[in-house]
Design a protein around this ligand. Structure first.
Ligand code: 5RP
Length: 228
């Protein structure tokens, strides 16, 4: 492990610790907590396990997170079985100062977007490497119905992107991912999010601009910063 990786891991741990404290301040024992996907969300899951009696249960944005939650003995519900998600906690691949995000590095973007849409509050947790002035350096993930892959790729080229098929990856929904390079700077992000979602065959894209995070906890060398 490099020094950089270990300091990034420490920042993820710090931000997950702060996120658990924040979450506990927002919920009661009837609350359902939405759980994201990825290494930062995994830190959050492991710390939340110590407080599992404080919540009614969770909904998960991926099979991987559901399995991790269940391994801790934390109840996981189908989203259709719950009336409300009090707070959704998830990482990001990029965040800008408007708390607009790129997500989907872990291929869970569609379920993440669904849980975020339902949640009363969306808390994004990230280390400082994810902070950008303008989105788009991280290739934008797009979940696509398999038979539409070439059509969607051609349409993405018309929008100025350079789509790359993520080989060997099948999403929890049975679809494929195109990672779109060279879109930086993405502005306005809401417009591009809508345009890409309007391409026939696209399930959704990894821009979270129409529904950005409500709160961002950013792990930095100077401590965890909370932005609204
Ligand atoms: C998964 C995601 C993750 O939130 C994103 O990739 C960040 O992951 P990590 O916390 O491992 O850096 O969107 O689809």
């Amino acid at each position: 492990m490099t020094a950089n990786t270990s300091s990034q891991d420490a920042l993820k741990q710090a931000v997950a610790t702060a996120a658990v404290a924040y979450t506990l301040s927002r919920i009661d024992d009837k609350s359902i907590v939405g759980i994201g996907t990825g290494s930062t969300a995994n830190c959050f899951i492991d710390l939340l396990a110590e407080h599992k009696a404080s919540i009614a249960g969770t909904v998960a944005s991926s099979q991987a997170s559901a399995e991790r939650l269940k391994a801790h003995g934390i109840p996981v519900y189908d989203l259709n079985a719950v009336d409300e998600v009090t707070i959704y906690v998830d990482g990001a691949d990029e965040t800008n100062p408007h708390l607009e995000l790129i997500k989907g590095g872990g291929a869970a973007l569609t379920r993440e977007k669904i849980v975020a849409a339902v949640a009363r509050e969306f808390l994004c947790i990230a280390d400082q490497s994810k902070w950008v002035d303008h989105l788009g350096t991280f290739p934008l993930p797009v979940e696509v119905i398999p038979m539409a892959r070439s059509h969607v790729a051609r349409e993405l080229v018309k929008l100025g992107g350079d789509p790359v098929y993520r080989q060997g990856v099948v999403t929890d929904n049975g679809n494929v991912i195109l990672d779109v390079h060279h879109l930086h700077p993405i502005s306005p992000a809401r417009e591009l999010e809508e345009k890409i979602n309007n391409i026939t065959g696209v399930v959704t894209n990894g821009l979270f601009a129409l529904r950005p995070a409500d709160v961002l906890m950013l792990g930095t060398a100077e401590g965890v910063k909370t932005l609204y």
